[in-house]
Write a protein that binds this ligand. Sequence first.
Ligand SMILES: O=c1ccn([C@@H]2O[C@H](COP(=O)(O)O)[C@@H](O)[C@H]2O)c(=O)[nH]1
Length: 270
Amino acid sequence: MTTQQLVEQIKAKKSFLCIGLDVDLNKIPKHLLDTEDPIFEFNKAIIDATHDLCVSYKPNTAFYEAYGLKGWKALERTINYINEKYPEIFTIADAKRGDIGNTSTMYAKAFFEDLAFDSVTVAPYMGKDSVEPFLAFKNKHTIMLALTSNQGAFDFQTLDVDGKELYKQVLETSKSWQNSENLMYVVGATKAEYFTEIRKIVPNSFLLVPGVGAQGGNLQDVCKYGMNDNIGLLINSSRGIIYAGNDENFAKAAAEKALELQQQMSEVLS
Ligand SMILES: O=c1ccn([C@@H]2O[C@H](COP(=O)(O)O)[C@@H](O)[C@H]2O)c(=O)[nH]1
């Protein structure tokens, strides 16, 4: 998917909501556990109920890898279902990969070719040659961790390196990498006060913003300081939406939560 197609979808739906599909078998409604593939059945119901309110789905691969082969198969069924039934949706494999170049190429093939995701999250710690293999894929997007939503972000990411905070070095340096136009960045909603500085370095890039909902990030502040002329934001909520209910009506409850966020986004956009 091109960035322009993503922007058009945002404008059409008046939404820049990304729903995180972080499926935990201990949290999903009990009746689904009797089905052959509870993870997929849960996702399918959530997707069918919310696809018109969001522009993106983000399964975090940890929640699938934790269940071994059946988890990976459910991830594959989920991405295939989205791509076949709702091809306009921007898909994110939240896998936080990155390794020496030839290994990164195989990670990129796994998520962009085999699973056909539009994007994958990567960690910047191993530098240019660990990220460029992902960037080589046309019309695919590499979403690099910049300033994360957790408390540990302050352990390294905000440390002073040669007179500049490390996350700023990461943002600036990555702009010189080959095919850097395919980069997006992760910035936590819990770090709203940093968005102005971040926008000075990457004014045009899309930012994936987790941390609204369960982690307490504020949607209005993120929009105020982080939005650009192309909107430039994908705001993620996972637990706050998908676990809004845990009986037979769970998908309806999720849609109601998604609608609350979509309505706030619609207001910001108008
Ligand atoms: O800085 C980061 C990077 C990734 N995440 C991931 O986003 C979702 C957030 O889930 P919630 O339930 O809405 O808190 C989850 O998959 C995280 O691993 C993040 O939170 N912060």
